[in-house]
Design a binder for this molecule. Structure first.
Ligand SMILES: Cc1cc2nc3c(=O)[nH]c(=O)nc-3n(C[C@H](O)[C@H](O)[C@H](O)COP(=O)(O)OP(=O)(O)OC[C@H]3O[C@@H](n4cnc5c(N)ncnc54)[C@H](O)[C@@H]3O)c2cc1C
Length: 326
């Protein structure tokens, strides 16, 4: 068993920021990451542009120069890799935290490495920064598991001259539609809302609406998808059962944090909102010694917290740990 003082689970931007804030106070936390650093950003669509300017994505005071004001995914990958490297944060990648058990104010952390080998640590403080991007919101309808149905959009090329149904009405659905149409896909968007909400980046909507007006994209609002087959997506609109022919389905229905993981540690989750119970000043959960950082603190509404604000959670945690002592 390896003895540590502080373990951070997840090396996304907010886990890294928490590590840097602790380093700044003289601590040497260990970050354990099941993939590699900033894996969620790696999983973004390949050509994604951030909606944030680069300075709002900076962590630990490291400057993030970018070509345009809003950087692209690959620039952020370079930036966070460099920060991880230069700061000399201790990061163990390709090691998944499986379980945490508390005994007399000490946390026993069980991990599994890529090789399959298990490892045990103990620590006095745990920071959970596991994000939400691993868990797509499922529609729980027949056909959702078919091989031509995806919950992540990476590249538009495979969909050239193919019929694609995009399900959803948030940024990822609109972004994917624009990229798909440009790559020559025949796109139908099915969205259960009456219109797009304010959460959609306003600067992408004019292009989208123009494509719909010119018949390049078919848009169906108030469409409740209820079944997917190998050739069609079935939905209900205004009481009528309808279907659209499709080769591929992109279910851009959002993502949610893994509540079970937190609950197994004793962290309570608020019923309706999915919010983990925590003190907003210190980010400490209802379990003393377990803190949460980043988008996992947002509960079901992942749009409440992103890198811009979640990067500051680490400073609160570091201040709290410093004032209490280890
Ligand atoms: C397409 C897209 C564009 C976006 N654009 C912006 C933007 O412009 N500006 C902005 O501020 N935000 C943006 N966001 C949101 C932003 O990506 C998230 O808010 C951010 O990634 C949250 O950071 P995090 O560190 O909390 O979690 P994550 O980045 O999700 O990191 C969590 C890490 O924990 C690891 N992990 C999970 N479980 C375990 C485990 N059991 N053991 C070990 N490791 C584990 C994961 O592998 C992951 O690396 C965007 C999101 C998307 C999808």
């Amino acid at each position: 068993m390896k003895k540590e003082t502080i373990i951070i689970i997840g090396a996304g931007p907010c886990g890294l920021a928490a590590g840097l804030a602790l380093q700044n106070k003289g601590y040497d936390p260990l970050l354990i990451e099941k993939n590699n650093v900033v894996h969620s950003i790696y999983q973004y669509p390949s050509h994604q542009t951030f909606f944030s300017s680069s300075e709002k994505l900076e962590i630990g005071g490291f400057p993030f120069p970018s070509i345009e004001r809003k950087p692209k995914r690959h620039e952020a990958l370079v930036y966070y890799r460099q920060v991880a490297n230069r700061s000399k944060l201790r990061i163990q990648s390709y090691e998944r935290v499986e379980d945490i058990v508390e005994e007399e104010s000490c946390f026993y952390v069980k991990t599994q490495k890529q090789t399959g080998a298990y490892k045990m640590y103990n620590a006095s403080k745990i920071i959970v920064a596991t994000g939400y991007y691993d868990n797509p919101n499922l529609m729980e309808i027949p056909g959702e598991n078919l091989p031509h149905v995806y919950h992540y959009f990476k590249e538009s090329h495979p969909f050239f001259q193919k019929k694609v149904t995009v399900i959803g009405g948030k940024n990822s659905a609109v972004d994917a539609t624009l990229a798909l149409e440009q790559a020559g896909a025949e796109v139908t968007v099915l969205y259960r809302g009456e219109e797009f909400t304010k959460e959609v980046k306003p600067w992408i909507l004019p292009d989208f609406h123009s494509l719909v007006r010119h018949g390049a994209v078919t848009m169906e609002y108030e469409a409740e998808v209820n079944r997917i087959t190998s050739s069609h997506v079935h939905y209900k609109k205004n009481g009528k059962e309808l279907a659209v022919e499709t080769d591929f389905v992109l279910a851009m229905t959002g993502y949610h944090p893994n509540h079970t993981f937190l609950q197994r540690m004793g962290v309570k989750i608020e019923g309706d909102t999915g919010l983990p119970i925590h003190n907003k000043e210190t980010m400490e959960s209802n379990v003393k010694g377990i803190y949460i950082a980043g988008v996992i603190a947002a509960g079901n509404d992942a749009n409440e917290i992103f890198i811009e604000n979640g990067r500051h959670h680490g400073e609160k945690i570091a201040a709290s740990i410093e004032s209490e002592g280890l």
